[in-house]
Design a protein around this ligand. Structure first.
Ligand code: ADP
Ligand code: MG
Length: 242
């Protein structure tokens, strides 16, 4: 479903990805943990085609992201949902309109089909009652759930979550993690989640990969990786988080 093979990417003189390789199978949930500034968001941006690799292969749903053409990329992006680190809702639009926007812009659905779909995805994240509210009128956790609903509205096959727990209290953070897990189980989506939270990694991940210095240091079932005696992994996990 998603395959990175020996990918490198530099900005100026900074080598951010350096021979990065991993695969995510159909329906699998991969979690990536690593230090701040290591390049985790850069990885997600390569998958969604916002950045292009200097070298190596990035393949998503059978498409080579280096050679994919504009119309195909647009279609592929519709098949992918992206939950941004800071929900990125539009303040002057209601919850309903924030979610309807990508449907209005990228599909030719009728108004009543859009209404139905918006209410359906709001139902998935238990936010139907708040559809007329504005982002400033709801809590951070609710904003995340709306961001999640927006990422889901075009029926994506792949979901990318960039620090879904960021800025949330522990209770909200575990609720979002459980929701991501439930969406995976109910909708069978393939996902990549970047997180700093051990709890999130345990709840969401089928596989956990530790990323540093441009490549994966270690990957495997989350409990195994979190208990590994890999020196750098131990140091990283015991370091204070952001
Ligand atoms: N578009 C860009 N242009 C230049 N440098 C970038 C760009 N995107 C990311 N970087 C740099 O790449 C490094 C990794 O960034 P990022 O992926 O955001 O880290 P994180 O692991 O915290 O998500 C940072 O040093 C950042 O400044
Ligand atoms: Mg980031």
């Amino acid at each position: 479903m998603i395959k990175l093979d020996n990918v490198s990417k530099a900005f100026d003189n900074q080598q951010v990805l350096d021979g990065l390789s991993f695969e995510v199978a159909d329906g699998e949930s991969l979690v990536i943990m690593g230090p701040s500034g290591a390049g985790k968001s850069v990885i997600l941006k390569h998958i969604i085609g916002l950045l292009q690799a200097d070298n190596g292969l990035v393949e998503v749903m059978g498409h080579d992201m280096l050679t994919i053409g504009g119309p195909q990329l647009q279609k592929l992006r519709r098949d992918m949902g992206y939950l941004f680190q800071h929900s990125a809702l539009i303040n002057w639009l209601s919850v309903f309109d924030n979610i309807a926007l990508p449907l209005r812009e990228t599909t030719s659905l009728s108004k009543s089909d859009i209404d139905d779909r918006v209410m359906e995805v709001l139902g998935l994240v238990h936010m139907q009652d708040a559809h007329l509210k504005f982002p400033a009128e709801i809590s951070g956790g609710m904003q995340k759930r709306v961001g999640l609903a927006r990422a889901l509205c075009t029926h994506p096959k792949v979901l990318l979550y960039d620090e879904p727990e960021a800025g949330l209290d522990p209770e909200m953070s575990s609720e979002i993690s459980r929701m991501i897990r439930r969406l995976k189980e109910e909708l069978g989506v393939t996902s990549v989640t970047v997180t700093h939270s051990v709890n999130c990694a345990l709840t969401v991940g089928d596989t956990l990969a530790i990323f540093e210095h441009g490549k994966i240091l270690l990957s495997g079932p989350p409990t195994e990786v979190l208990n590994s005696d890999h020196k750098r992994v131990r140091e990283f996990l015991s370091a204070p988080i952001d």
